[in-house]
Design a protein around this ligand. Structure first.
Ligand code: AP5
Ligand code: MG
Length: 204
């Protein structure tokens, strides 16, 4: 089954994707993670992406579509889980031309908690593990011991812009996939385990 995870910044897409990848043996494709890898390696794509990501804007569609096509090719015959893509109607239409999507899971979280979740998030520079600052003991990653840092787009002013971009460009996809009859809404306000249990009810 090929799945798209929808949700506002901070809704918990990445958190659930890691669990889903393991349980359902899916290939996890996160456009945000791919851009961050490119930025770390300072590739041409990474340098271009950085100029948009630091302002909370979407990276241009042609660049994003290219990296998604490559990732889908790499997935081969394996079922996949898209996290952070598509993010606007054009991307969704292009995706429809490339592959068949079976289910879209929209993680629904109250706007009021998103900013706290994002601004409090720390990510490991080495293994990518993320956690809220309140759950960390110091700045070392509990998984690999490397440094946990704040993502450059997780500062409050950038988060405001990301949430605005989400409302304007990504939220309309709820209707887009609803009209296709493949959208399922999941309550994202519980603990990560509770949200995963809700997803489990959808996927079996
Ligand atoms: P991307 O990396 O995709 O970021 P995002 O969509 O803004 O979402 P986040 O990763 O911030 O949140 P999440 O939903 O994954 O939440 P998480 O699980 O981490 O994109 C970054 C940028 O790249 C974009 O702004 C854009 O510039 C560019 N980009 C990416 N894709 C693109 C595309 N398709 N087109 C164009 N540009 C693109 O959780 C957040 C925090 O909350 C964590 O601290 C976590 O521990 C905590 N948390 C999670 N679940 C729970 C819970 N149930 N209860 C309490 N806390 C929780
Ligand atoms: Mg994420």
């Amino acid at each position: 089954m090929n799945i798209v995870l929808l949700g506002a910044p901070g809704a918990g897409k990445g958190t659930q994707a890691l669990r889903m990848e393991e349980r359902y043996k899916l290939k996890h494709i996160s456009t945000g993670d791919i851009f961050r890898q490119h930025m770390r390696r300072q590739t041409e794509v990474g340098n271009l992406a950085r100029s948009y990501i630091k302002k909370g804007q979407l990276v241009p569609d042609d660049v994003t579509l290219k990296i998604v096509s490559i990732a889908l090719e790499e997935a081969g015959n394996k079922d996949f889980l898209l996290d952070g893509f598509p993010r606007n109607t054009r991307q969704a239409e292009m995706l429809d031309e490339l592959v068949k999507i079976d289910k879209v899971i929209n993680i629904d979280v109250d706007k009021a908690v998103l900013t706290d979740r994002i601004c409090g998030r720390r990510s490991c520079v080495e293994c990518g593990y993320t956690a809220h600052i309140s759950a960390l003991n110091g700045s070392a990653c509990p998984k690999c011991g490397c440094e946990m840092v704040q993502r450059m787009d997780d500062r409050e002013d950038t988060v405001r812009d990301r949430l605005r971009v989400y409302e304007e460009q990504t939220a309309p996809l709820i209707e887009y996939y609803g009209a296709k009859g493949i959208l399922v809404n999941v309550d994202g306000m519980g603990s990560p385990e509770e949200v995963f249990a809700e997803i489990g009810k959808v996927l079996g």
